[in-house]
Write a protein that binds this ligand. Structure first.
Ligand code: PLP
Length: 495
């Protein structure tokens, strides 16, 4: 059979007769992995943030899975090419697209140790220590977000699954049934993250009526509009059911007026959910804490440690105020689980999650918080905020039109000195493509009511002023080429 042989496929196959490496072999694996990691970290600040679309799939296909194993170094060599040769370099200080994450090393070490011991952290009888670690970080999150300690929480793979848990708990708490669902009304702005809509749909709640509440100029939810819409719905016999707020919208980082929304939600007995996936950890920054007033009054909150806490992807969390709602939503009984007695007072992670066998994801977070303490996280988040404000000022002085004053670390901006909206959209699209093609810095874009915006989000812990300055330089060049040579920004390539 022709597998499209490559040099790596010709590497010698090694017959290993056990899954347990000898002490020497283990040492060799660790040394090689460590060398890989050290090189990766040495190169990360210089490497391109975006490496285009390349032949990663072919590279991986060049190393088919065989009956016998391979030399570890060969595997790592292929891995390096496949991963580092293409796509977004998510750990790069120059990654400023979407909502970037982190990749602090303690997160990697936590995963390594979690996988090594293979603790089953879903049930406390199986891993009292693992569950205690999960509960310890959830407790820390409750304190951070002013959440009552009677509330429950769960660590998830990310904000999306965390949101699903919140939404299903809301459905139970409000006894939404096929009979009454068409009377139930859900409220949010159009800036709500799409994962919430996805969760509503998965939970069968897309049969509810959905109200998109107009926003103020700073992209936050309009309280008067919310109140009047709820009153109108209430008066016409509908049942206001859930109010969804953002604490850090994806497009511009807007934080809705949480305290006031909480008051309205309570008045109309609505479930109040806060999506703090992006913004939640900025509550650690003292000057921002006022923006988060009222977050602790929410019925559920979602927060993403793989964003604002710089853990590797695969870390979300949800807090739910009503324990019984969260428990009912995920209750299960199985005769083969009869040893796993859980109590209402001390629910286990698997009792509050669609997952049974769970990744021991508490360890990466606990290890990181234990090792660093909270102070460096606070400091790094403050720096990102300052960098964002710096960028916001600079980009305006270059003649770009900007979106609202950044509350968090996202900025939308665009070049808009032509006449037709089409032309304006095109020129910004060209600037984006040129920057992505250049690859040194990665940023993304968004569309708001048909208007194309360039967008940055500064949330990689490694990003400092020199990295933002490089982006400003690149942007400046894109404009120069446009002005001086009447050329498209495509010409700004450094080569
Ligand atoms: C990232 C994000 C989500 C989705 O979380 P995932 O971790 O990607 O599943 C939801 N809401 C907001 C505001 C986000 O930034």
């Amino acid at each position: 059979m022709d597998n499209g042989l490559t040099h790596s496929e010709n590497s010698e196959l090694i017959s290993r007769d056990s899954l347990e490496p000898s002490a020497d072999q283990f040492d060799e694996l660790m040394q090689a992995s460590m060398k890989y990691a050290t090189r990766f970290l040495e190169e990360i600040t210089e490497a391109k943030a975006y490496r285009g679309v390349h032949n990663s799939a072919e590279v991986i296909a060049g190393l088919p899975i065989m009956e016998h194993g391979r030399d570890y170094q060969t595997i790592l060599d292929v891995l390096k090419i496949a991963l580092e040769g293409a796509g977004i370099n998510a750990a790069s200080p120059h990654h400023m697209g979407y909502v970037p994450g982190g990749g602090i090393v303690t997160s990697a070490l936590g995963d390594f140790l979690a996988a090594l011991g293979n603790e089953y952290a879903g049930l406390s009888f199986a891993s009292p220590g693992g569950v205690a670690i999960e509960n310890a970080v959830l407790h820390w999150l409750k304190v951070l977000l002013d959440f009552p300690k009677e509330g429950v929480g769960n660590l998830t793979s990310g904000g999306s699954i965390a949101t699903l848990i919140a939404v299903v708990a809301a459905r139970h708490h409000h006894s939404v049934t096929p009979e009454n669902i068409r009377k139930k009304v859900v409220y949010s702005t159009s800036q709500l993250h799409h994962c919430v809509h996805k969760s509503l749909r998965i939970a069968g709640l897309d049969f509810c009526t959905f109200r998109s509440i107009p926003m103020e100029e700073d992209f936050t939810l309009s309280l008067t509009q919310l109140r009047s819409q709820i009153e109108q719905d209430h008066a016409s016999g509908l049942e206001p059911f859930m109010v969804l707020a953002s604490a850090g919208s994806t497009d511009v980082g807007a934080i809705d007026p949480l305290l006031e929304i909480a008051t309205i939600a309570k008045e109309y007995r609505c479930w109040f959910h806060v999506d703090a996936a992006f913004g939640g950890f900025f509550k650690l920054v003292p000057e921002l804490s006022d923006h988060f007033n009222g977050i602790g009054l929410a019925d559920s909150v979602v927060i993403d440690p793989h964003k604002g806490l710089f853990l590797a992807y695969g870390s979300g969390a949800v807090l739910v105020r009503h324990k019984e709602a969260a428990l009912q939503a995920f209750e299960y009984r199985a005769h083969y689980m009869q040893d796993a007695i859980t109590s209402f007072d001390h629910p286990d992670p698997a009792d509050l999650s669609p997952e049974l066998t769970k990744h021991f994801r508490g360890l990466r977070m606990w290890l990181s918080l234990q090792y660093f303490g909270v102070a460096p996280f606070r400091q790094v988040l403050t720096e990102k905020l300052e960098l964002t404000r710096y960028f916001y000022r600079k980009v305006q002085s270059m003649g770009f039109v900007v979106g609202p004053d950044p509350m968090l670390t996202a900025v939308i901006f665009r070049w808009s000195h032509r006449n037709s909206p089409e032309e304006d959209n095109n020129i910004n699209r060209q600037i984006l493509h040129a920057i992505q093609k250049d690859g040194r810095v990665y940023l993304s874009s968004t569309s708001i009511e048909g208007v194309f915006w360039l967008r940055i989000c500064i949330l990689v812990f490694r990003t400092h002023q020199l990295h933002v300055d490089l982006l400003l330089d690149i942007l400046e060049k894109s404009l120069e080429t446009k002005k001086d040579h009447q050329a498209t920004p495509d010409d700004l390539s450094p080569n």
